[in-house]
Design a protein around this ligand. Structure first.
Ligand code: PBG
Length: 295
């Protein structure tokens, strides 16, 4: 069928929309892209958490769906709020997740541990900042906004000793080679954001459209990200809040969940839980219970 995908215009968003377009075309559909500019794209001088948090990269894209200009929106799942317009739209498919980790990038230092005392690390994410500080109290966190390519250019200009980004985004844009040193950060040190590394394919509530994108869904990824999203939702936190959460289905089918939050005294609280596969549906909300007393 004829389908239009609404997407943001950043290089990463376009790469992701093109990725979905190609797969839908392989399934025999005819696909166009419709590019939309969002509030999150326009305001580049403030940390995202300070401009209202939830849905900054979503609103204008959903408006294009409302106006009938597109039936599908492709998002970085990480930026897709747990509370969205479920009356009109649905998260119809989550493709297989890319690398979930964050990555350390530097022109001068090989690893995070080898950074000199008081080194300046660029990130505007409180999730990353709180975990960096927990790992190395001396590190100086400096604001860094912009698209993935903009942030890497700022690193190369020498404004930071290192920066932290989602590995998935850097990989998709094939930009690892632009930077001298990179280190994939173990999720024990840097717990990723909910849904990090995964795409969210949102559609209008039309059976034909939903059926068209369903083959792109990866059941394992869907289960992992559902646990992560339930966890964040249960704690009433947005996607720009100080919360890291990662669920991973292990080779023995058990599920390992890790999370870190910032408590009311600005201390990082970190816990891990292992559940059996058949408990996955309640796992995210149950795990969240263990964090409620700290918020
Ligand atoms: N917050 C912006 C954003 N949204 C998704 C990604 C990367 C790709 C992904 O996690 O799927 C990024 C960049 C980053 O955090 O480095």
């Amino acid at each position: 069928m004829k389908l239009t995908i609404a997407t943001r215009g950043s290089k990463l968003a376009l790469w992701q929309a093109e990725w979905v377009k190609k797969r839908l075309e392989n399934l025999g559909h005819e696909v166009d892209l419709k590019i939309v500019t969002t509030t999150g794209d326009k305001i580049l001088d403030k940390p995202l958490a300070s401009i209202g948090g939830k849905g900054l990269f979503i609103k204008e894209v959903e408006e294009a769906l409302h106006r009938g200009e597109a039936q599908i929106a492709v998002h970085s799942l990480k930026d897709f709020p747990t509370e969205y317009n479920k009356e009109h739209f649905t998260l119809a498919a989550v493709p297989k997740r890319e690398a979930v980790e964050d990555v350390f990038l530097s022109e001068t230092f090989e690893t995070l541990a080898e950074l000199p005392h008081n080194a300046v690390v660029g990130t505007s994410s409180i999730r990353r900042a709180m975990q960096l500080k927990a790992f190395r109290e001396d590190l100086v966190i400096s604001d860094l906004r912009g698209n993935v390519d903009t942030r890497i250019n700022k690193l190369k200009k020498g404004e930071y000793d290192a920066i932290i980004l989602a590995y998935a985004g850097v990989k998709r844009l094939n930009m690892i080679k632009e930077v001298k040193y990179f280190e994939i950060l173990d999720t024990d040190i840097m717990i990723p954001a909910m849904g990090q590394g995964a795409l969210g394919i949102e559609t209008i509530k039309d059976e034909k459209v939903i059926e068209a994108v369903k083959p792109l869904n990866d059941l394992w990824t869907k289960i992992e990200v559902t646990i992560e999203r339930d966890f964040v939702d249960e704690l009433n936190l947005g996607c720009h809040a100080p919360v890291g959460v990662n669920a991973k289905i292990m080779v023995d089918d058990s599920i390992k969940i890790k999370a870190a939050i910032l408590d009311k005294n600005n201390k990082v609280i970190k816990k891990e839980m292992v559940v059996s596969f058949d408990e996955w549906e309640n796992a995210g909300r149950e795990f969240a219970e263990e964090f409620k007393e700290y918020l």
